[in-house]
Design a protein around this ligand. Structure first.
Ligand code: NDP
Ligand code: MN
Length: 378
């Protein structure tokens, strides 16, 4: 029998106006890290700064973290931190802003390290010699506020590198549903289906245990019961609260049990065609469940627990109600031409097979299986 580890996040402050908790922090200097414009436009950045000032902090703002944050952005932020010497780092935004802030923190604590130094699992030296970390997610999706992961892109070759370090789990996660309540409908749907995929892949993962399953099942139940409402009634705070918590619960499951083939395949099609991550997951999920069903009994157990007849039907129906197409070629936002798709199919299939998420997939595909799954999803 293998020996497993199960880690829980440090502190989670959740509920409407949980953001106010920032006024309770004690320290001297805070570096606020955020994305492009949403947190500024919606007033949340200003509020975070005001709350920190109430707590007598001096603040700097490190902004303009782009989607799929780059090594250069991380270096720029670390340099600003080295000049300012914060004792708290407060990241507010989507997964991109949170992920970038985590790695800025690493380089602030250890300025002599190169990006290559921190890529191998277990390579990160201890953090918290200079600062602690608060994560305030503005999407209900990536769960970066909970996880030991960060995804940083090398802009020279467009390769996304997952950085893994237990020390990168934030000290405090603030889950204030008033923030994701401002997500536009498409971001709500795509990030919400990403949550469902995290939870489902963690549940059927070969590394799932009785410690991770309850978090995964609860996240799946919450998505099924709340995502459509969050989409149709953006200001419905019960649905937003449940989706925001579901994202973090799924995060607890997948930071311990890892993911599977849906993520492997979505990462590669995202790299080739720039299709939104959660949308790619949502489209491919039913095809990959069909494939994985042959290798695991857990979908049947889940159907029993949730009292549903057929998981694939439930997901197809949910996708339809969320206006998600059933194939990749029907995506209007990114035209995936058949000629281009066929030209890169073999490479994508090989790369998806080599993605670390494939390691814990319940079915054990070969390149041919992955290629067929891409073709079915196309
Ligand atoms: P992003 O952080 O990339 O944000 C997507 C878009 O949504 C941005 O344009 C952002 O605008 C906007 N936005 C964010 N919040 C709001 C809001 N409340 N209202 C209006 N607009 C908003 O998206 P995700 O959260 O999906 O994160 C994706 C990233 O997370 C990827 O880089 C992925 O690789 C990574 N990831 C990390 C994981 C981890 O464990 N660390 C796990 C899974 C994925 P603006 O920039 O203006 O704020
Ligand atoms: Mn994901």
């Amino acid at each position: 029998m293998t020996i497993s580890t199960f880690s829980l996040p440090r502190n989670i402050i959740y509920g409407e106006n949980a953001l106010d908790h920032l006024s309770q922090l004690t320290g001297k200097k805070a570096a606020l890290v955020t994305g492009g414009s949403s947190m500024k436009r919606l007033g949340f950045l200003q509020r975070a700064e005001d709350l920190l000032k109430q707590a007598k902090f001096d603040c700097i703002i490190i902004d303009n973290v782009e989607p799929n944050p780059s090594i250069e952005t991380v270096r720029r932020g670390a340099k600003a931190m080295l000049d300012f010497q914060p004792d708290w780092i407060v990241a507010i935004g989507g997964g991109s802003a949170l992920d970038a802030a985590k790695v800025m923190w690493c380089f602030y604590e250890h300025p002599h390290l190169s990006f290559e130094d921190i890529i191998p699992v277990g390579a990160m030296p201890p953090l918290r010699t200079k600062a602690r970390f608060v994560a305030i997610p503005s999407t209900s999706g990536s769960a970066s506020e909970i996880t030991a992961f960060s995804v940083i892109t090398d802009s020279r070759n467009h390769i996304k590198y997952p950085i893994v370090a237990a020390d990168m789990v934030p000290d405090i996660a603030i889950l204030d549903p008033l923030i994701p309540a401002k997500m536009p409908p498409d971001v709500t749907v795509h990030t919400g289906m990403d949550v469902l995929t995290h939870a489902l892949e963690a549940y059927v993962s070969t590394a799932a245990t009785s410690f991770t399953d309850p978090y995964a099942v609860e996240a799946i139940r919450l998505v099924f019961e709340n995502l459509e409402t969050a989409y149709l009634q953006p200001e419905n705070m019960t649905a937003r609260f449940n989706m925001h918590n579901a994202s973090a619960l799924a995060g607890i499951a997948f930071t311990n049990a890892s993911l599977g083939l849906v993520h492997s395949m979505a990462h590669k099609i995202g790299g080739e065609f720039g299709i939104t991550h959660g949308l790619a997951n949502a489209i491919m999920l039913p095809y990959i469940i069909q494939y994985n069903r042959l290798s695991t009994d857990k979908y049947r157990q889940l159907e029993k627990t949730l009292r549903i007849n057929d998981l694939i039907d439930v997901i197809r129906d949910l996708n339809r109600r969320l206006n998600i197409p059933s194939t990749l070629k029907e995506c209007r936002e990114t035209a995936i031409e058949e000629r281009k798709f066929n030209a890169v199919l073999e490479r994508m299939s090989k790369n998806a097979l080599a993605d670390p998420c494939t390691l814990t997939n319940p079915g054990h595909p070969d390149v041919e299986d992955v290629r067929i799954l891409y073709q079915q999803s196309y």
